[in-house]
Design a protein around this ligand. Structure first.
Ligand SMILES: Cc1cc2nc3c(=O)[nH]c(=O)nc-3n(C[C@H](O)[C@H](O)[C@H](O)COP(=O)(O)OP(=O)(O)OC[C@H]3O[C@@H](n4cnc5c(N)ncnc54)[C@H](O)[C@@H]3O)c2cc1C
Length: 320
């Protein structure tokens, strides 16, 4: 079998599905392929919490404030042009998703926005009952079903980009159910294969997040940039593991449940006064510092305590 299209999109998370809709909107024939099921394979469908966007529904806001917070949180290391694109275009995208029926949580008739670490005001929208990612994914899948120009094919694992005189002219894929090799010719190829956290020993990624897109691009001669920007939940794992609860994002939950991070001396080392204020990298560095200075828990992390502060006894679980 040999396939042909105007635009080939590899990966059908939010990025790939939205790119497919946008390309179709501009009159292109699109082929959206995924190594898993369409819209169900990667991080998008797993995201539970919130999306930062300067809507100004809760308090006056502007994308420039969002950009300033983003650059500060990134220690000025982020690509400022890409950061601006994200912050500036986000409000229109989020409102578009609202019109498509994603169901952003509302309060008194307006979209509800909550504050998260790193932001100077309530800026984060969400779909209730930790349903943000699944709702975004479902909405985009439903749009795609009504978009005839987009052909969707799951179980296609792209293994190599096809090159001609140094230009990308499509890709080679393997049909995972039959092992059949399938070349796909395309005028334009978009890589939307998501992140690479699966390559770390302990992670909160799906099996499809092994960084395939990075490898495809690198082998095709592209330069990879900003490889140090890998995001982790500071408290993603418990030791010993708890069936059904590992990995899980304990960071927001620990505030709701009153959890505190303690070092080996049973001392709280991240002073947050019970508020959800420490950005993820700050919390991660704080844990690492305690471990590096010999004050870690026996499992190489910190203690996560749910005891009342005064007693300061540790819980039986340590976080890392
Ligand atoms: C547990 C978890 C919770 C999160 N919570 C939040 C949150 O609350 N708020 C927030 O803003 N962000 C959150 N994120 C991050 C957010 O989900 C991601 O940044 C975003 O979904 C990435 O979208 P994507 O389309 O780029 O990639 P993905 O959604 O990962 O999609 C990539 C797709 O590419 C496919 N693929 C990979 N390799 C190949 C290949 N070789 N051939 C074909 N297909 C391939 C995969 O199967 C997958 O379907 C969370 C992430 C995780 C893992």
């Amino acid at each position: 079998m040999r396939l042909q299209t105007d635009v080939l999109i590899i990966g059908s998370g939010a990025a790939g599905m939205y790119a497919a809709l946008e390309a179709a909107r501009h009159g292109a024939r699109v082929m959206l392929v995924d190594r898993s099921l369409i819209g169900r394979g990667g991080a998008t469908v797993m995201a539970q919490m919130t999306v930062a966007v300067a809507l100004g529904e809760e308090q006056p806001d502007h994308w420039e404030h969002h950009l300033a917070d983003t650059l500060t949180a990134g220690r000025e290391l982020c690509d400022s042009a890409l950061s601006q694109l994200l912050c500036e275009e986000a409000p229109a995208c989020i409102r578009e998703m609202d019109a498509w029926g994603v169901g952003w949580a509302r309060k008194n008739g307006h979209i509800s926005q909550v504050q998260a670490p790193g932001h100077d005001r309530p800026r984060c929208v969400y779909v209730d009952f930790v349903n943000t990612g699944p709702a975004v994914s479902k909405t985009l899948r439903a749009r795609l079903q009504r978009t005839a120009e987009v052909q969707r094919t799951g179980d296609l694992l792209v293994t190599e980009l096809a090159l001609c005189d140094g230009a990308c002219v499509g890709a080679y894929a393997v049909h995972t159910a039959t092992g059949e090799s399938i070349p796909i010719a395309a005028k334009t190829t978009i890589i939307a294969t998501g992140g690479l956290t699966r390559i770390y020993a302990r992670n909160s990624a799906s099996i499809n997040m092994g960084g395939d897109g990075y490898a495809l691009a690198l082998r095709a001669g592209a330069e990879l940039i900003d490889m140090e920007f890998v995001q982790f939940f500071p408290i993603g794992h418990l030791a010993p593991r708890l069936v059904g609860m590992d990995p899980i994002m304990w960071d927001p939950f620990r505030y709701k449940l009153g959890g505190r991070l303690l070092n080996a001396e049973m001392r709280e080392f991240l002073q947050e006064d019970g508020r959800y204020v420490a950005a993820r990298d700050h919390a991660t560095y704080a844990i690492l510092k305690e471990v590096a200075e010999g004050r870690g828990s026996p499992h190489g992390g910190a203690w996560l305590s749910f005891r009342i502060a005064a007693s300061a006894n540790c819980a039986r679980h340590s976080a890392r």
